[in-house]
Design a protein around this ligand. Structure first.
Ligand code: DQA
Length: 138
């Protein structure tokens, strides 16, 4: 059984309430529940934090034993050398995901400290971005 984890960064705990015109009206708990049901042959875990160091600690914790990491580092994508270095330093492949198409938004969202060390990037498919990442690991 493949072991995958979805790691969400800052403000993604507000999904469903936050800027629904960009991020939709579903909470991530609902999305995760339906992914668990649909991909019952996968050991699927979920972690969210608004704190940069906690995201780095989680990457270290899972990054030598899991089969894949689906990482939406949210705003830290565009600012965090530390998270970028963590992705580089671990063995488990990471797919960077975004709900919105970051390339159609402000210039500062076009920069990623993660993408260069990721297996790939999925951006702009709404909450389906997470499912596409799961499928690419299977
Ligand atoms: C995001 C895009 C980021 O630019 C933004 O800071 C987020 C969410 C997305 O999933 O579209 O918080 O990662």
């Amino acid at each position: 059984m493949k072991k995958l984890i979805i790691i969400n960064g800052p403000n993604l705990n507000l999904l469903g309430k936050r800027e629904p015109e960009i991020y939709g009206t579903n909470s991530f708990e609902d999305v995760f529940k339906s992914l668990k049901e649909k991909y019952s042959d996968v050991e699927l875990y979920y972690f969210q934090s608004n704190i940069e160091g906690e995201l780095i600690n989680k990457l270290h914790e899972v990054g030598f034993s899991y089969d894949g990491i689906i990482l939406n580092a949210a705003a830290y994508t565009h600012t965090s050398v530390g998270i970028g270095d963590a992705v580089k330093g671990i063995e488990t492949p990471v797919i960077e995901v975004h709900i919105s198409n970051v390339h159609s938004r402000e210039d500062f969202r076009h920069i990623s400290y993660i993408a260069g060390n990721a297996k790939g990037v999925i951006t702009g498919f709404g909450l389906q971005s997470y499912e596409l990442a799961i499928q690419s690991f299977l």
